[in-house]
Design a protein around this ligand. Sequence first.
Ligand code: SF4
Ligand code: SF4
Length: 114
Amino acid sequence: MAKKGILVDMNYCTGCHACEVACKQENQFPVGICGIKIHELIMEEGLNTDRVHFDYYPHFTTHCNLCASRISSGEDTEPACCKHCGTFSLHYGDIEDLVKMMETMPRAVLHSPL
Ligand code: SF4
Ligand code: SF4
């Protein structure tokens, strides 16, 4: 079977945390444990402005198993975090296909834990 992974398109992540909630619910993780964590980065836009820029970075932890039981049981074809991401920032699939998708995405990171 082809190696699987999740491609994160960071251009569209809004920091809504729905993926974290979905992961915790799917895996019944206790408080403080999750398969995905959203990091927030706040940057000043320039020297002569008060404006700031918010950026969000989904980061997978060592607790992520790509929703192995959810997928293998046939309950769904994609992990809970991908299913519940409203901006379609998380793409699940074969690594080879995800690498091809990356070529058209300026800010993408590939996650492949297994
Ligand atoms: S793939 Fe499953 S275990 Fe991994 S972060 Fe997403 S919901 Fe959590
Ligand atoms: S659900 Fe999608 S948009 Fe929301 S924080 Fe997670 S990756 Fe970003």
